[in-house]
Each structure stands twice: as C-alpha cells, then as structure tokens.
Design a protein. Structure first.
Length: 93
C-alpha cells in the first residue's frame, strides 16, 4: 500500500471520528436547548434576578455548543476537501 492510500485511510478514520463527535455535540445541544427554554420561561415569568442570570448563562451555553459544532463541521469539511484531492491524485495514476 502506498503512502497516498495510507493517508486516505487515516483521513477516513479521522472523518468518522469527527462524525461521531458532531453527533454527540448535537445531542448535547438538544439538552442545552431544552434547559435554555426552561430558564428563559422561568426568567420571563418570575422576573427574578437569579432566574435572569440563569437564563443568560444557559443562553451562552447554547451559543458555545453551536460554535463548537460549527468548528467540528468546519474541520470535517477541510478533511473532506483533503480526501477529495488525494482521491483525484490517486485516480491520475
């Protein structure tokens, strides 16, 4: 097996690992979304400073998780581009 093929296999493994990380992060985002919905509702109903602080915190958690997912997806896209280049290089032979 030549070096390009080895790189392709390694990239495939990395993409698979990122797919799993993205899946898990999306599941965690669902949890944070539900929690955020609850805290936003509590803050609106009670108008308590503590509830408003909780609502801001959970809203920040949702935003952080969304950025994390976007970063993971960006990394996956870069690996896909790299894999496509290697496949093109391999097919030229």
């Amino acid at each position: 097996m030549n070096r390009t093929e080895q790189k392709l296999f390694r990239l495939g493994d990395e993409i698979t690992a990122l797919d799993e990380a993205i899946r898990l992060a999306r599941e965690e985002l669902i949890y944070h979304d539900h929690l955020n919905d609850d805290t936003q509702r509590d803050a609106a109903v009670s108008n308590s400073p503590i509830d408003r602080a909780d609502a801001r915190e959970t809203q920040g958690d949702v935003a952080r998780m969304q950025r994390h997912i976007a970063d993971l997806e960006g990394g996956r896209d870069r690996l896909e581009t790299k894999r496509a280049r290697l496949l093109a290089k391999l097919s030229e032979r």
